[in-house]
Design a protein around this ligand. Structure first.
Ligand SMILES: O=CC(=O)O
Length: 328
């Protein structure tokens, strides 16, 4: 039997040749770019349904975008050994079940880290220097009427606490060092590869930072990691940037802290209930909002395609995967 993503039937010789290609099940929510699909189809036999008679034999699942991979999905795939992911975050995949079954998972970290880091710095400079707010001021014709716009503050010299020093966090640190910032970080474990001060306790990191940049993985342990206590520790002049996942921050408490001036501002690319954004944020001049696009550029997507093909080829030729996720 032939499996086809576009439902077309293939027959005869071509079918026989394709049947020798390694099987990859594609689990895709967003439309799958057609040229990339063609490229994959020249090397792999793609199937697109858990109900396919092929599913019990599939060893690799290509998970496109944030398509949920639950334990129920995994139950349909008894031979699964590897999930090739196409996002930096893998909170849509049941990692506990993967760990239990010894399924390895890859992510898009290496392809997305530079653009994600650039965007985090963009949000940060925007919040500090009020670029978007100044743009609104000029467009509204307020400059001639109200005169000079209030000063923003300098990035250089600030103490920045990075929450999650993975692919994106490390690139953010690199950029901020060049800006003359002082870096400290929180992560699951202290890293021997960097000399930045490590804070195991997030409130202590906040108390010693002017800015918190959130870019860690969303897990049970990090859900609502940034709460009112952390924001209070950060203080009234503090700024929060979130390019990780919305639920890393208690959004209700963030809105209250912003409204009541308990922190100075925020730059947010992610939200708890996307695409819904708390309406209170629309009224606040000290907040910069973005629709979960930090990592997205044509260049990062081109790099992702190479990474996906590289991971699939590595898997089928028993070589080390290019971007394995640490499931410990
Ligand atoms: O948010 C984007 C990603 O996880 O790739």
């Amino acid at each position: 039997m032939k499996a086809s993503l576009d439902g077309s039937n293939q027959s005869g010789e071509k079918m026989a040749a394709m049947d020798e290609l390694p099987l990859v099940l594609v689990h895709a929510l967003p439309p799958f770019e057609i040229s990339f699909k063609g490229r994959l189809q020249s090397r792999f036999q793609l199937i697109d349904s858990l109900d396919s008679t092929f599913a019990p034999h599939v060893s690799v699942l290509l998970c496109v975008g944030p398509s949920p991979v639950s334990s129920d999905t995994l139950r349909h795939l008894p031979s699964l050994q590897c999930i090739v992911g196409s996002s930096a975050g893998v909170d849509h995949i049941d990692l506990a079940e993967c760990r239990r079954r010894g399924i390895t998972v890859t992510n898009a970290g290496p392809s997305f880290c530079e653009d994600g880091a650039d965007f985090a710095i963009g949000l940060l400079i925007d919040v500090l220097r009020r670029i978007s707010a100044a743009d609104r001021y000029v467009r509204a014709g307020l400059w001639p009427m109200k005169g000079d716009y209030p000063l923003g503050s300098k990035l250089g010299g600030k103490r920045v606490g990075i929450v999650g020093l993975g692919n994106i966090g490390s690139e953010i640190a690199k950029r901020l060092v060049a800006f003359g910032c002082r870096i400290a970080y929180n992560s699951r474990n202290k890293k021997s590869s960097v000399s930045f001060p490590y804070y195991a306790n997030i409130c202590n990191l906040a108390a010693n930072s002017d800015i918190l940049i959130i870019c860690c993985a969303l897990t049970k342990e990090t859900h609502h990691l940034i709460n009112k206590d952390v924001m209070t520790a950060l203080g009234k002049e503090g700024v929060i940037i979130n390019v990780g996942r919305g639920a890393l921050i208690n959004e209700k408490e963030l809105v209250q802290c912003l409204e009541q001036g308990q922190i100075r501002g925020a730059g947010l690319d992610v939200f708890e209930n996307e695409p819904d954004v708390p309406k209170e944020l629309f009224e606040l001049e000290n907040v910069v909002l973005s629709p979960h696009k930090a990592i997205a550029t044509p260049e990062s997507f081109a790099s992702l395609q190479e990474l996906i093909v590289g991971n699939l080829e590595a898997f089928f030729s028993n070589k080390p995967l290019l971007s394995p996720v640490n499931l410990e």
